[in-house]
Design a binder for this molecule. Sequence first.
Ligand SMILES: Cc1ncc(COP(=O)(O)O)c(C=O)c1O
Length: 409
Amino acid sequence: MNAGDRIRLAAVRAGALPGSGAEGADLVAPPSLSSVRSYPDLDALDAAMEADPRAYRRHGNESVGLLESTLALLETPPGGEVPVARATSSGQAALLLLVSAATMSGRRRVVLLRPCYGGTESLLLGPLAALGLETTVVDLPPDPQPADAGAIVGNVVGRDVALVVAEIVTNPLVGVVDIEAVAAAAHSCDAVCLVDSTLATPFLFQPLAHGADLVLHSLTKHLGGHSDLLGGVAVAAAGSEVAGWLDSHSRSIGAVLSPFDAWLALRGLRTAPLRVERGSASAAALAVALSGHAALEAVHHPAVREGAAAEVAARLLPRGSGPMLSLEVRGGRGGAGRVVRRLNGIRLAPSLGDVSTTVSHPATTSHRHVSAEARRSLGISDGLLRFSIGIEDEPVLRAELEAALDAEG
Ligand SMILES: Cc1ncc(COP(=O)(O)O)c(C=O)c1O
């Protein structure tokens, strides 16, 4: 079995209980909701407090544990050791855990590559700056992003840098960052590299197999896949300092996932390989089909890029670059607003990763708190619409999008 087969199998069989005796057993583990366990006597309580984290839900829970062990398998690099994975109450909480862990060494500077999810920047430049962390924001030029992201990072890292944070597939312009080069630049000064792999998912990219040390996902998006849970996961390479810290301290921060959300995430994970691969193929086909449409200034997707940007995408994401597609409508916010109103089936929602296709407007949602000037220099215009492509038939989506765009005249 190759690495891809192994990962997909682990997802599809997530939460499935091993077979049992003649009386049979549940096929799927039920959610374990109790916040605490009871014990017959002090000796049993004493033993549980010593050795069984499930005694109190914040320290351990069966549903959350099942999800964590599945996610750890999904991020295990081929031939490598199983990393430590901690499920958190949101993707943001996973970022908080990983940044806290990576900066315990005493180094107090973080390098953040933009474009990225606006909330990442808000957390680093807001609450974490107030706690004394310094963040250097490095802008990659807008679409197409350059192949030399490593050189750009190399220019700003130094011995005071604890970690470099980057997205493999960037939000919202669907750029592909050369994580191997970024990780090498981070390691050149003994910093670690954290990859937000939310938009790629483990089925398309495994950061730990490409030099990264830490991984985060928002489970709220493609992995959960049904817009019914909020969650995240923080992953650290086996044996690393951050893995040790996550093991010892992550529970005391308290940003743990609820068991019911863990159970929903396990259910979502079982179909995630199919959903992600189908959305990814459809997003690429739509990008090609809509490229050059008269109502569009630009189509942002690796399938319509050439040269170095295409090489990076083909090297790092050979199975596809994920279900995201961004379209820049002529006429700014007015044009984008008219197109959205005509998309009856494709709903406007400030998130991504649903089983059905949704559309968002980064300037008013994920990048609302980024200054207008920074948005301009990042190529996030008021006419930009970001689509999260679901599992609908691609020709149906194409017809809906073309009808909405054709009416722009
Ligand atoms: C790429 C990316 N990372 C992280 C997050 C944060 O995840 P959450 O909303 O689960 O905290 C988001 C949310 O949109 C995202 O798009």
